[in-house]
Write a protein that binds this ligand. Structure first.
Ligand code: PLP
Length: 393
């Protein structure tokens, strides 16, 4: 037995040689602006908790109340006894929030992509996907067994070229894009994609994991930002990022929900979301619907941080959202930068190949409404110090 795992040992050695081997950091408390990471107090610039809702008192209280009424687990998949009224209520609330006909919840955003794509297209259909789409979309596409074509990132000429070449060979063609590209923070050209989809009679699918709770009125997402309600066939959102809990959903026409409840495999073969998560999510969404205070604070913080970092001479890419990449380049230098920042009290994880293309390593700063000006100023000062020491600025 021992020797048969030799190949994995070798692969791990390769990681070490490339300077990208790492141990998982341990957070000893809640996901907040300052965290107790490996028993060091550090400013947290690496969570998707955009609005600070993950540990908000109202959200925690809602989770506790849901547990008291419904218990810790749901006991089965949704199609048996796991479909609690709490979950039905969340779906109704989310449909209202998203201004779409229906919402179907999944256990995570990844589950959504893995489950929905394979349910809505088949062998013999065509999926056209942006080259920078999230890994869970790529996996969902694979599982669908549909043919796949990839267009250059946000390049509408390339998308049209593929359609002119291939459209006529298929009945169903689905165009898939991230709403916000998670590694660069740029937005999909959604109005143009919708127009092209109409022209070539295609379906559209937007994964808005990083747009949910961030863009549009009170964080209604990229589709709301571009005022395209009713014009995108499948809108995926996550409840794990700005909403602060866990889960994912598809917002769509009612018929899509009908179909997903019969064919989406994560709904048929994996246990339903637990009550604590559902209760907490309902409260988060209500908070967004009540006030724009959270999204306003997020954008204020993001603008402030970007302006200061740019003035210091860092290359912060071309983000249009609070995601702020600090471009470094080489994989090992990126990881070194991250380690040095951590020693100085700032946690920003390095993002390297295979998450992004080789040679485009970066520190991805995730700005949040939970950060105070003091947190941001502290982080900016540390960036300046370490950036100069490593000759990055
Ligand atoms: C984070 C992310 C997901 C996964 O969402 P989870 O709820 O964490 O599983 C899916 N798609 C995109 C574009 C993401 O950024």
């Amino acid at each position: 037995m021992g020797n048969s795992l030799e190949y994995l040992k070798n692969q791990v050695e390769e990681l070490k040689k490339d300077g990208v081997y790492r141990k998982l950091p341990i957070n000893y408390g809640p996901c907040s602006n300052v965290i107790d990471l490996n028993h060091n107090q550090v400013v947290n610039l690496s969570s998707n908790n955009y609005l600070g809702l993950a540990s908000h008192d109202r959200v925690k209280k809602a989770a506790i109340e849901a547990v008291e009424k419904y218990g810790a687990g749901t006991g089965s998949v949704r199609t048996i006894v796991g479909n609690m009224d709490l979950l039905e209520n969340l779906e109704i609330l989310l449909a209202e929030f998203k201004k779409e006909e229906a919402v179907t919840c999944f256990q995570s955003g990844l589950n959504c992509n893995i489950g929905a794509i394979q349910a809505i297209v088949n062998k013999g259909d065509l999926i056209i996907s942006d080259e920078l789409n999230h890994a869970s979309i790529i996996d969902g596409v694979r599982l669908s067994r549909a043919d796949k074509a990839v267009y250059k990132h946000s390049n509408m000429e390339d998308l049209e070229r593929i359609l002119k070449e291939k459209r006529d060979n298929y009945n169903t063609v689905l165009i898939i894009t991230d709403g916000v590209f998670s590694m660069d923070g740029d937005l999909a050209k959604l109005p143009e994609i919708v127009k092209i989809a109409k022209k070539f009679n295609c379906l559209t699918y937007v994964d808005d994991a990083h747009g949910s709770g961030v863009l549009g009125e009170s964080g209604r997402g990229t589709v709301d930002h571009f005022k395209l309600h009713g014009q995108v066939d499948f809108i995926i959102g996550t409840l794990s990022k700005a909403i602060g809990v866990i889960g994912g959903y598809v917002a769509s026409k009612a018929v899509v929900k009908d179909w997903l409840l019969h064919r989406a495999r994560p709904l048929l073969f994996s246990t339903a979301l637990p009550p604590a998560a559902i209760g907490a999510t309902i409260e988060s969404v209500k908070m967004l619907m009540e006030s724009e205070e959270y999204t306003d604070k997020l954008w204020d913080n993001a603008r402030y941080f970007k302006e200061k970092m740019s003035k210091l001479g860092f290359d912060i890419g071309h983000s249009e959202t609070p995601i702020t990449p600090v471009m470094v380049g080489s994989e090992s230098k990126t990881m070194e930068f991250s380690r040095e920042l951590l020693k100085n009290g700032v946690f920003v994880s390095g993002i390297v190949f295979p998450t992004v293309p080789k040679g485009t390593g970066r520190l991805r700063c995730m700005i949040s409404a939970m950060h105070t000006k003091e947190d941001l100023n502290f982080a900016i000062d540390v960036f300046e110090k370490v950036g100069k020491e490593l000759n990055i600025i």
